[in-house]
Structure formats: structure tokens, C-alpha cells
Design a protein around this ligand. Structure first.
Ligand code: 9J3
Ligand code: ZN
Length: 291
């Protein structure tokens, strides 16, 4: 099943503005000398927007047609004008399904990533299994899926909620070639991650009573090597389930992290370094800036 789910208003407006100016005849601009930059120069408004500049389509993948994970939904930019995109697999938490993370699919894809929100083999799979499943999903996405030719298989990332977030750390530990990991209110019995070299953004929720930041997100962040690019974002007043619905703070820093480390896009450094101040939405932020 394929259908268009989004047409970017911003793209439409800029297209109209281009008509009647000399700019319309200019070639597509590949900014600087980074071949992986995608989309226009970012602003605070563009990373906080509910949708980015890319029109997104989606395609469901039945669990019956894959092995090693439970199928899912692929969200991808329809444009091929700028070349291939980096890709991100997203895992849900204990007892949950991909629908619990569906909001993140089009929100990230519309910024210029192929995003695969997955189901796990069973909803009670533990973090180590979820990490394996994220890697199997990326393997399917880059080698056998209908969108494999839209993806740069050398630029892959993992995102996950709770046990799925614990799974992102497991995946990064097992596969150092991953370009970015984002554990969201992560849960794991393993509290130490000195093996991870992948740039990692740990997102904790201040009022999480299921995976408290003091026993999960904070020690996970602190145990990542000092030589690993890392950040800790704590969502003020938030619960364990903040990553299960549209959340602009999660989105803006996840977009910035993925752009910076999957696309090597230095235009996004401004949103990560210097570290954001505490605010009505951020109760704590730690980082290893500059990256
Ligand atoms: O994925 C999660 O929400 C993990 C939190 C949890 O309920 O763990 C207890 C076994
Ligand atoms: Zn450990």
C-alpha cells in the first residue's frame, strides 16, 4: 500500500515564490561541499514545525514478509532530486506496537530521512532482542525493501522508546557503524554503556516513574565514553510516555541530532551547541559540545 500523506506547505510557497524570479532557472543547490546535506537551511521554526520541507509517502511492511522483526511502516520523502537519504529504524516499548511511535515517522521523514517504525516479534521482547530487531529492520530496509534505492546504506540510525530505547543502546554496542542512536525514556537492566562509540542523544523524562532518569537515562548517558559524541535531554514535567505522542522538544533535538550525525550536516550544530538552557520544556541538558 502506498499513498501520499503530506504535501509540504512550505515547499509550495517557496515554489510559487521562485516562479517569476531568476532563481527558478538555477540548478539544485548542494550546500557547501557536504554531499549529504538535504533540504533548506534550518531555522528554529523549521525544526519545531510539525512537518519539514519534504513530501512524505508511506508503505506498510507485513510481518509475514520479513524475518527477525515484526514488520512495520516505512515513511519516506518522495523526492529523489537531491539523491539518497539516511535511514532510521524506530522501535516501540514493552507491550506496545509501532502505532505508539507513528507520530515520529512523518515528522522525521519530512525533514529528509527514510524512517521505519517497526513492530517487534512479540510485544514482550527484551532490550537486547529489540536491538537485534532494529538492526534486522535496517538490513531489510536497505537491501530488500521497495525504497532501498532511496537510501544511503552507510548512513543509518536507531531510535526507540523505553525497552526499545534500551534496544538502541544494544544496537549501537553491536554495530559501531551506526551513525546515531536516540534512546527515548530508555529502560534497560544493563546500566553501563562504555562500548558505545555511536553519537547518542539520551532523552529522559523528569517525572518518569517506570524508567526513572536516576536509574536509567542518566546513568546510561554518564556511562557512555567521554570520547563519544553525546547529549542528555531531560523533558521537564514529562512522564515515561511522553515519546508516544507528538512532542516538539523530542522532535527538534532528534532532527538536529540525526542531521548532524547521519548527514554530517553542520548547519544543525547551532541547535545543539552551545547546549540549550533549561526552560519550560527542558529540566536538564548535558552534552560533550563542541562536536
Ligand atoms: O518498554 C518499557 O516501557 C519498559 C518499562 C517496563 O515496563 O519495564 C518493566 C518490565
Ligand atoms: Zn553495560
Amino acid at each position: 500500500m502506498k499513498h501520499l500523506i503530506h504535501r509540504a506547505g512550505a515547499a509550495l510557497v517557496s515554489g510559487l515564490l521562485l516562479i517569476g524570479t531568476a532563481a527558478v532557472s538555477q540548478p539544485v543547490a548542494y550546500a557547501d561541499d557536504n554531499p549529504y546535506e538535504r533540504g533548506p537551511d534550518p531555522t528554529v521554526a523549521s525544526i519545531e514545525a510539525r512537518r519539514g520541507s519534504f513530501t512524505v509517502a508511506d508503505e506498510s511492511v507485513s510481518r509475514l514478509e520479513v524475518t527477525g522483526f515484526g514488520g512495520g511502516t516505512i515513511y519516506y520523502p518522495t523526492s529523489t532530486a537531491e539523491g539518497t537519504f539516511g535511514a532510521v529504524a524506530v522501535a516501540p516499548g514493552f507491550t506496545a506496537t509501532e502505532s505508539s511511535m507513528a507520530w515520529l515517522g512523518p515528522r522525521l521523514a519530512s525533514q529528509g530521512f527514510v524512517v521505519f517504525t517497526i513492530d517487534t516479534l512479540t510485544t514482550s521482547d527484551q532490550p537486547a532482542s529489540r536491538g537485534d530487531q532494529l538492526l534486522r529492520a535496517l538490513d531489510y530496509l536497505t537491501t530488500r525493501s521497495d525504497v532501498s534505492d532511496r537510501i544511503d546504506a552507510g548512513r543509518l540510525a536507531v531510535v526507540g522508546h523505553s525497552m526499545g530505547g534500551g534496544g538502541t543502546l544494544e544496537a549501537a554496542k553491536d554495530d559501531p557503524s551506526l551513525k546515531a542512536a536516540i534512546p527515548l525514556t530508555p529502560w534497560n537492566t544493563d546500566k553501563t554503556w562504555p562500548e558505545v562509540s555511536t553519537p547518542t542523544l539520551v532523552v529522559g523524562a523528569q517525572n518518569d516513574t517506570i524508567a526513572s532518569v536516576t536509574t536509567h537515562a542518566e546513568p546510561f548517558y554518564q556511562s557512555l565514553p567521554g570520547s563519544t559524541d553525546k547529549a542528555y535531554l531531560e523533558l521537564r514535567g514529562a512522564s515515561h510516555f511522553a515519546p508516544n505522542s507528538d512532542n516538539t522538544t523530542i522532535a527538534k533535538y532528534s532532527i538536529s541530532w540525526l542531521k548532524r550525525f547521519v548527514d554530517d550536516d553542520l548547519r544543525y550544530d547551532q541547535f545543539l551547541c552551545p547546549a540549550p538552557s533549561t526552560s519550560t520544556t527542558i529540566s536538564e541538558y548535558r552534552s560533550t559540545c563542541p562536536y
